[in-house]
Write a protein that binds this ligand. Structure first.
Ligand code: UDP
Length: 371
């Protein structure tokens, strides 16, 4: 029997949990918190002010939000000045950490990586995105060099974007499958869903084009992070071919996703995982995606979806016309066996137990970090 852990989770500082600004990280935190609590662990969460309640106790912190880094230049360094929510969250983590066995960091920022070796408790870093900036590569690779056991990633494709990424623990992701209603028969009009932040790297433009070619209506759910990306995506689409369903709560999203014949994903970046893929599968919806990043590791081609060559829009359209052999039951089964909150929490638990076990046995002195 594994020992009970007291876990202090540091959320993303880009926006409150529930705002959508944090994208998949928000769902990851919910899944980890509910999964670990169900296993008997204690979970407290440090998150920006305005966050929805997650875990046993919430610590809501004020301050200026961090900008999202998905579209910045590789040479950009995102500061965390005094008064930023990131600096304030980290101060709280530093002052409270001795009440916990381990800090679980989900912030994709330099500060927690840089300061982790000086904390009185071990820090486990769950990296939420692939390589995006030189500065983040340096801190992540340094951490992987000095304490590889303290870093986890969602997929091997994500890990491969970092120099030492293969040294990280792969933990996938998870969704509370029982909260995703299984829908046996999709809507008669053959609609396809696109779910995610509306931002260039998510590939909505290709998804729209593929659906137009496949003559399937496209329904879009997601936070409109970049209005230009939306306008660009629908610029050439015929009237009524695309319906924007808004950015809705997780509960509403899951109650509507099952109506789709398929979920289309057309990532232009190395999607670290793609939580929407496992949410769709849990609802019985197969996933049609480029063979790129996390979705390529989630989807079993020909069984729970179809994978096509990256950036091949006609290929995506052909796959959307050929959904007949895919089994909605197989999608649900794969979500249950591989990506349930329970399965995910077990992987996180094993990783965190390992981090706690290693802490204190590593001497950081004399091995200066390179920043
Ligand atoms: N999402 C949501 N409401 C919406 C659209 C999306 O709550 O209207 C959530 C969805 O459930 C998923 C997240 O947004 O958890 C997107 O995560 P993903 O890992 O797919 O992409 P990311 O935004 O992290 O790149």
């Amino acid at each position: 029997m594994s020992r009970q852990l007291r876990v202090l989770v540091m959320s993303t500082p880009v926006g409150p949990i529930g705002s959508g600004i944090g994208g998949g990280v928000e769902m990851t935190i919910r899944a980890i918190a509910s999964g670990l609590v169900a296993l008997g662990h204690r979970v407290e969460v440090v998150a920006p002010d305005g966050s929805a309640a997650v875990g046993d106790v919430m610590h809501r912190v004020v301050g200026t939000a961090q900008p999202s880094v998905q579209l910045v230049d590789r040479s950009t360094r995102v500061p965390s000045p005094v008064g930023s929510v990131l600096a304030n969250m980290w101060n709280l983590v530093r002052s409270r950490c001795t009440d916990f066995d381990v800090v679980l960091n989900l912030a994709y920022d330099e500060l927690p990586f840089r300061e982790a070796p000086d904390l009185a408790r071990p820090v486990a870093h769950l990296v939420s995105m692939g390589s995006l900036t030189d500065a983040m590569d340096r801190v992540i690779d340094d951490t992987l060099r000095l304490a590889p056991w303290s870093v986890a990633m969602h997929s091997t494709a994500q890990a491969a974007t970092f120099l030492r990424g293969t040294a990280a623990t792969m933990i996938g992701s998870g969704v509370d499958v029982e909260d995703c209603p299984f829908v046996e028969s999709p809507h008669a009009d053959g609609r396809v869903g696109f779910v995610g932040r509306i931002s260039a790297e998510k590939g909505l433009r290709d998804a729209v084009e593929a659906c137009v070619q496949a003559r399937r209506p496209l329904h879009v759910w997601g936070y409109r992070q970049d209005e230009n990306a939306w306008n660009d995506a629908i610029a050439d689409a015929p009237p009524h071919s695309v319906t924007y369903r808004g950015f809705v709560t997780t509960e509403i999203l899951r109650s509507q996703l099952g109506e789709c014949a398929a979920l289309v994903m057309a990532p232009k970046w190395t999607e670290a995982f793609g939580n929407v893929a496992i949410e769709a599968m849990a609802c019985g919806v197969p996933v049609v995606s480029y063979r790129r990043g996390g979705p390529a590791e989630i989807v079993v081609d020909g069984e729970t979806g179809r994978l096509v060559a990256p950036d091949d829009v006609p290929g995506l359209a052909a796959a959307l016309c050929d959904l007949g052999s895919l089994s909605r039951h197989a999608c649900r089964r794969r979500a249950e066996t591989h990506f349930s909150t329970q399965a995910f929490a077990r992987r996180v638990e094993a990783w965190l137990q390992g981090v706690c076990g290693r802490f204190g046995r590593v001497d950081f002195s004399g091995t200066p970090l390179s920043f």
